[in-house]
Write a protein that binds this ligand. Structure first.
Ligand code: BTN
Length: 255
């Protein structure tokens, strides 16, 4: 794997044929003091994890399943910007390598057409005022054919191969995404939040759309306006009030 000189991200790269979850392993080695920028990649995951306790189908060697360990000098409250930066890096990495345009669906799904191509699971270890480490887990559907997806996700998922009509090099794609991630991560460290948010907005398919927000005690329609640096979705309700929605609290139906 070619990693350009001067890069920190991916300088240490640990590869598994099979593992439970690259995020689990990344957290383990982060606890044991592995260097900033270590990447864990696996051909197959037996227990790939998605957001909100879901399973992530990754029991085949057709996708790109990897996790990045970061040790940023940030307050725990500022870490969410890293997930936004990672979404942008995936979109730009795919575009630079393959010329394919993907979109970002809030909070951090990468979509192609109307289907999900990639999911990101960020996990944080922190104490008040101090971040121990952040693990950014990225799962991209690369060479799966339609029938390789589990029946229950076939109408929601897609892969780069389905879109491009040809096999894609996962190694080259990984190197490209890590290069883009390094660029975006440098913006995080420079506190260049505006550039990250601007790019995120540019790729967003959620903004300016009507979304249905479903929480435990209410349900309403609003228009998505922007994403805040803490990752919250800013929406304008029918009565003109503006609210900030966090991903953990609500489910947004529709785009
Ligand atoms: C989601 O959209 O729910 C997030 C999916 C994240 C999947 C990736 S695959 C690599 C890493 N290891 C995991 O167990 N999960 C993430």
């Amino acid at each position: 794997l070619y990693v350009p000189e001067g890069q920190h991200i991916g300088r240490e790269l640990i590869h598994f044929d099979e593992i439970d979850s690259t995020n689990n392993h990344a957290k383990k080695i982060a606890n044991d003091g592995c260097p900033h920028g270590t990447v864990v990649v696996a051909e197959r995951q037996t227990l790939g994890r998605g957001r909100v306790g879901r399973l992530w189908q990754s029991d085949n060697n057709q996708g790109l399943w990897f996790s990045i360990v970061l040790r940023p000098d940030l307050e725990p409250e500022q870490v969410q910007i890293i997930t936004l930066a990672a979404s942008v890096a995936v979109v730009e990495g795919i575009f630079r390598d393959l010329g394919i345009n993907c979109g970002i669906k809030w909070p951090n799904d990468i979509i192609l057409g109307n289907s999900k191509l990639c999911g990101i699971l960020t996990e944080l270890s922190a104490e008040p005022g101090h971040v121990n480490y952040v693990v950014v887990g990225i799962g991209i559907n690369v060479n799966q054919s339609f029938s390789e997806f589990d029946a229950d996700i076939q109408d929601k998922a897609t892969s780069l191969q389905i879109h491009a009509g040809k096999k894609i090099s996962r190694v080259k794609l990984l190197a490209g995404i890590l290069t883009c991630f390094e660029e975006m991560y440098n913006k995080v460290l420079e506190k260049n939040t505006k550039d990250i948010i601007d790019r995120w907005n540019k790729y967003s398919v959620t903004l300016d759309r009507e979304v249905k927000i479903v929480s435990r005690d209410m349900e309403y329609i609003a228009t998505a306006q922007s994403v805040a640096p803490d990752g919250k979705l800013v929406v304008k309700c029918k009565d003109g009030t503006v609210r900030e929605i966090s991903a953990g609290e609500v489910q947004v139906r529709g785009l």
